[in-house]
Design a protein around this ligand. Sequence first.
Ligand code: UD1
Length: 359
Amino acid sequence: MPIPSFQRFHLPPASNSSLLVTGGAGYIGTHTLLELIRAGYQPVVLDDFSNGSHLALKRVESLAGHTLQVVEGSITDTGLLDAMFSSAAEHGSPIQAVVHFAGLKSVGESVAKPLDYYQTNVAGTLTLLQAMERAHVHTIVFSSSATVYGIPLAQPYTESHPIAPVNPYGSTKAIVEQILRDWCAAHPAHRATCLRYFNPIGAHPSGMLGEAPEGIPNNLFPFITQVAVGKRPHLNVFGNDYPTVDGTGVRDYIHVVDLAIGHVKALEHSRRATTGFVAINLGTGRGTSVLELLHAFQTVSGQAIPYEFQPRRPGDIAECWADPSTAEALLGWKATRTLEDMCADGWRWQSQNPNGYEP
Ligand code: UD1
């Protein structure tokens, strides 16, 4: 891939840099593993496979031409974490940094089972940080979410927008950000980069990696692709009376490969950063309505997507998109893939893998 002109920072290659990637077998984790390997890192994956796939990791290995070290287990397992950090050090490749994806991620489920979410997302991260301290690992990149902002006071969201999550899932992300802020204040060597994702969609252009939700998808894009492949009869469009361009909800959809590259840039940033904690939006800065995404997908895929308007979904906001200027200034990163790329790559994945990673 050509090196975009906005890559202003040049650093020595990261070869032999061993990383722990928690939740590496999931949707964003697998795409990020590929980009990390390409950048010269050696990731060790920890995943409990509650929402991740062994086959996805096999495909990462085949795309990257690289064998991964994979450990099946939980971030809440202190003994396992200690053993992983010590084993890497004993084998001459001590873990230099952690990219932390592992966690529960369904907003609706978090309302029904808040304790599970606080246990895995908050207590799990604390356990991980304590193990990092024992192993003298000072750097973490954390999978946060634009969900931490809650009800928008203004658009686009900048990183200085108040943090006021409106559901337990969002609260776990906000609490972990606060823990990381305090952890960085406690020691000058600590580095934490919280990446606040907007709406990641699409798939790897090979068609071999993509999103594989269990059961009925909660999110718009995988629902559209499942209608296109004939698994669902039609799309329900939640609300056509919002004060937006066409009455449907507006979001900042970002290609998962752009998002993955953002993590590589965040690690590079940690190596040169002079301050400890930073939170950075990863979005495109463009808002797209439900109907605009639907039409783009139909054009790119050639598939008709029947849809019906339904009442607004409880808890949804009318519109949100990112101010991505901090990412460009600090990381030298910006999203380059278009809405058409997201649709084409997402459709290639879904049509070639109608059942995701299942046979
Ligand atoms: C949701 C989560 C957010 C998470 C993100 C991951 C909520 C409240 N927020 O964001 O925490 O980080 O997913 O991508 O769940 N829509 C339909 N029909 C559908 C599904 C969605 O019309 O079947 C509409 C929604 O009303 C919304 C837009 O599509 O306007 C996007 O929805 P979705 O993909 O679920 O993402 P968010 O709600 O923005």
